[in-house]
Structure formats: structure tokens, C-alpha cells
Design a protein. Structure first.
Length: 174
């Protein structure tokens, strides 16, 4: 089933909505996988409205908000920004720091649409390669990225709350 999702570039005024869907989607993705207090701490530290407002106002970043076609409630988002990954950066690298959609959107093509727009936006920013990090054990996400043409480029340790986790880093030429 496909939906006519509304995708648009978020502004600083959208930061509360993006922060809400960011926290909800992170919780939904990692509940039962990561300790609850770590998920809450991570969202409070990394998904605040102030953080998203800063990214929305940064010319080197793009925040995309996905909204439900009925009522325009926020249901997903992506964030492109400068890379902050422990691999040798190449000229023209851009990081897809976040891409999430709520489970109500599964099987509708929203993830692919968010990714396609992220690839277009990264190229428009002058990017030559898109990087992203993902929890190494997150098979659903890894399968998605591999279907979207990403290949392994490295690893990292990633902090969520009080815990440290093993991530893989993917790359894709633009």
C-alpha cells in the first residue's frame, strides 16, 4: 500500500514536530533492544527541538519532514549534515545522520522516498558520497540500506545513554 506522503524541507519552526517524531521513532525502533533509560537519555540529548532548529538553520544541513497525507501529522524525517564518523573523510562526503519513519508507514514506500530525496539533497549540497552509521545488529535497517545501494565502509562504537554499541558505517556514491 502506498500513500501520498508529504515530504518537505523542515525549518526551525518545525523543530518541535521533528523532535517529537525523532524521539518516537527512536523509542519505537529500540524498545526491547536497548535499555529504556538509555533510549530516553539519548533522545533528550540528541533529539531536542533546539538541536533540530540548529540543523534546520545550518546551510550545510538538510532536515526533511515526512507528514501523513491526512492531517499532516509528522511520521518520519531525515537529516543530512557534515560527517562525524571515524573513517577517513573524502572531499564531498555528507552524512545521513538520521532517517526514521514510524511503523504506521511500513510497507508504504516512505522509507524509499525519504532516501531518494536525501540522495538528491546530498548531491545538491555538492556531495559526492553519502555516509551513514547503523547499529550492527539492526538487520531491518541494514537490509534497507543495502537495497538502497550502500556498502560497508567501516565500523564505530556509538554511545546511547550510558551504553556503547557496535555500529557499521555504510557509504554510497552520489
Amino acid at each position: 500500500m502506498t500513500q501520498d506522503w508529504r515530504l518537505r524541507r523542515a525549518t526551525a519552526a518545525d523543530a518541535p514536530a521533528v523532535a517529537m517524531v525523532a524521539a518516537a521513532s527512536f523509542l519505537e525502533t529500540f524498545a526491547g533492544i536497548l535499555p529504556g533509560e538509555d533510549v530516553v537519555a539519548h533522545c533528550a540529548r540528541n533529539s531536542s527541538p533546539a538541536r533540530f532548529a540548529g540543523w534546520a538553520d545550518d546551510a550545510a544541513s538538510v532536515v526533511t519532514l515526512a507528514e501523513h497525507p491526512v492531517g499532516h501529522a509528522p511520521v518520519g524525517y531525515s537529516l543530512l549534515t557534515r560527517p562525524d564518523l571515524p573513517i577517513e573523510p573524502l572531499d564531498g562526503d555528507i552524512e545521513l545522520r538520521r532517517i526514521y519513519a514510524l511503523s504506521v508507514t511500513r510497507g508504504t514506500g516512505l522509507g524509499h522516498r525519504l532516501m531518494a530525496l536525501a540522495l538528491e539533497d546530498a548531491a545538491a549540497l555538492g556531495g559526492k558520497r553519502l555516509l551513514l552509521g547503523v547499529l550492527g545488529t539492526n538487520k531491518r535497517a541494514r537490509d534497507f540500506y543495502e537495497r538502497e545501494g550502500f556498502t560497508l565502509a567501516g565500523t564505530r562504537r556509538f554511545n546511547v545513554g550510558a551504553g556503547w554499541y557496535d555500529d557499521v558505517i555504510y557509504a554510497r556514491a552520489l
